[in-house]
Design a protein around this ligand. Sequence first.
Ligand SMILES: Cc1cc2nc3c(=O)[nH]c(=O)nc-3n(C[C@H](O)[C@H](O)[C@H](O)COP(=O)(O)O)c2cc1C
Length: 437
Amino acid sequence: MDTPAPTPTPRVPIPPRGVDYRGKLVLAPMVRSGELPSRLTALHYGADLVWGPETVDYSMIGTTRRVNPRTGMIEWTRIPTNNKKVDSKVESIIFRIDPVREASRLIFQLGTSDPARAVEAARLVAPDCVGIDVNAGCPKPFSTSGGMGAALLKTPDKLVAILDALVRDVAPAAQIGISVKIRILETPAETEVLVRRLVATGITGLTLHCRTPDMRKTARAIRGQVRIVADVCREAGVAFLMNGDVETCSHATELAYEFGADGAMIATAAESNPSCFRSDAAGGLAPWEEVVGKYLTYAIEVENKLQNTKYLLAQMVPGKAGIHPKLHGCKSYRHIIELLGYTDLVDRAAAVDAVLNLPPLVAPPPQLAAAKPSGAKRKRGAAAGASHDKKKKTAPFAQAKSPHSRSASPAREAVEAAVGATAVVAPQPAAASSVAV
Ligand SMILES: Cc1cc2nc3c(=O)[nH]c(=O)nc-3n(C[C@H](O)[C@H](O)[C@H](O)COP(=O)(O)O)c2cc1C
């Protein structure tokens, strides 16, 4: 008797400009935490692909695509319609990408509850990314109240209609794939029924966040349904990424092997240390000082909104007590650079402050500086060196707290005195551009 030839595993074809999620470790979509500098940092440390933060169709429709002449970044901007506080003539940046470093590696994530709007919004960015992903997992009211995100898990007909429309009306022209990100449902049977419908739409990839919509993000991910979803995706030829409490590159490899996933996606661990994508062979997790230096370099380079940069730094710099309140109070990039001690970035920080109309640091008058006590009362900055040396790793915080820390450079002394005397701040003109986070 002839042995039957093994059935070839089917694969939904990946369009020429698209990307196969198989074998990939990727940065998750994260509102606020997934802006351009975070994505560039993740790529620097080895992420194979990066998802942009969920961008709602309504906010994308009506944007104008421009290349920023200073940075070379592509920005989609529009006059905000819903923020009365913002000068209505000032355009907001809704989405920003790096056409070079993100080339072939960026997936745009769409928040939508309507097929026609999804298509209209996706067409605006499809030529500049390698995939469009639909968010069907966000449980936050701002998403679900509009029928988007996890609300789509309860309206599978609508979700299928959205994916059908994108596969039919966007993918062929842009030559990229369409994917979807979902959460698990209450029972494996319910999840399986849903996934079978989704993989029949022609999507090329599916990500499963291993939490139900009701689970808080601090609850441990449930992996009991991963295998069944992996099997359904494999049967249909759709690449499958698992997500939820994946910590590092080696952890991702173990999990994918154990549960039969094609790859993995990391969110929270990457928010606090994007070097989690680096394999052990390439050095593994890098110390935060190095990672923060890299992140800041990108943030300055792409003119990231200061508020967003401060938020991310608060995730990456450990120790809530020491430096965080000072970080929170920083009014400019220059201020942050001086506070954290990345003095090699001072000139670039000053330049971006000028572009973003952020107030320059002003040294206090000499008599004020001289009058300040030299010891305990003086506020100290954290000298965050970009060193791999573990002993130095915690030093900046020790310095932030201790009046006996090493003496600072004259420049640092001046800045610290200025910070201590809160003698910062020139007039604050309206921001030239504001990034939606
Ligand atoms: C700050 C933050 C923002 C997020 N924004 C999005 C988003 O825009 N779209 C989305 O599908 N999921 C979003 N998520 C969920 C993550 O993509 C991911 O599914 C979830 O955090 C589980 O992965 P983790 O356990 O590695 O954190 C967000 C998560 C965080 C922490």
